[in-house]
Write a protein that binds this ligand. Structure first.
Ligand SMILES: Nc1ncnc2c1ncn2[C@@H]1O[C@H](COP(=O)(O)OP(=O)(O)OP(=O)(O)O)[C@@H](O)[C@H]1O
Length: 243
């Protein structure tokens, strides 16, 4: 088994004294290549903070983060930015698309920044938009797309540099249930294709796509459950776990 992403003794603290918040508290984690891990837990338990630490968007107060065998939390800002661009794909609840750029321009941007030629970046972006079912919306601005379509553009963008891991922070949090199903199917397809995924979610249907469910409380892992039996069987096992 190849390990893609690891954390050792990971902690993130904010404030001091009475105002001290242990947002992530002594977390150890190993995510295998091709594994999908869902992280659930009540609001404020540290899910987003954990995701930011794992993706090098933020640095821990203590502990280590390893991506593809390389320790990343101690890298320079410049080296970390390169890792974020080329080895990690982020999907956020609020999409974070550039509103003045079309769908295809949003998807190709990180490929261009990673040094691909404009022609290769465009070809790859169009392929990815096709894969997420948006070939006919490539030249639309985000404002002309539905929430579900915007999130599919964001997923295509996250995949543009063939990242070692995709980190998704409540990817369906802003979507109605039809759009949630679209994104759910997209994550299932990514999972089947062997993409390593970490998904923070409040939605048991999304968590049911995972191989493993981690439950957090007060910055720590309080439960880890391996899910088996296909998405519908997993969903049965998860009923009642939504918070
Ligand atoms: N920049 C910050 N400064 C101070 N405290 C912070 C900061 N960022 C997060 N926190 C605190 O850390 C804790 C964990 O926050 P985090 O956003 O990771 O929780 P979460 O589980 O993702 O919540 P939600 O489900 O509501 O998004 C919270 O108590 C939050 O108030």
């Amino acid at each position: 088994m190849t390990t893609t992403l690891s954390a050792r003794g990971l902690r993130k603290r904010y404030g001091t004294g009475d105002g001290l918040v242990r947002a992530v508290d002594e977390v150890d984690l190993d995510i295998a290549a091709g594994e999908t891990v869902a992280v659930m837990g009540p609001s404020g338990c540290g899910k987003s903070t954990l995701l930011h630490l794992l993706g090098g968007l933020d640095r821990p107060s203590d502990g280590e983060v390893w991506l593809n065998g390389r320790r990343i939390d101690t890298l320079s800002e410049k080296a970390l930015a390169r890792i974020r661009r080329s080895e990690v794909g982020f999907v956020f609840q609020s999409f974070h698309l550039m509103e003045e750029l079309t769908a295809v321009e949003n998807v190709e941007l990180s490929s261009l920044m990673a040094g691909r030629s404009p022609r290769a970046a465009r070809r790859r972006a169009l392929e990815l938009l096709d894969q997420v079912g948006l070939a006919d919306r490539a030249r639309f601005l985000p404002s002309a797309l539905s929430g579900g379509q915007r999130q599919r553009v964001a997923v295509a963008r996250a995949l543009s540099n063939e990242p070692a891991v995709v980190l998704a922070d409540e990817p369906t949090g802003n979507l109605d249930s039809a759009a949630t199903l679209d994104v759910l199917q997209l994550f299932e397809r990514l999972h089947t294709a062997g993409q390593t995924l970490v998904i923070v979610t409040h939605d048991a249907r999304i968590a049911a796509t995972a191989d493993r469910l981690i439950t957090m409380r007060d910055g720590a892992f309080v439960d880890e459950t391996r899910l088996t039996g296909g998405t519908s069987g997993r969903l049965g096992a998860l009923v009642g776990l939504e918070d």
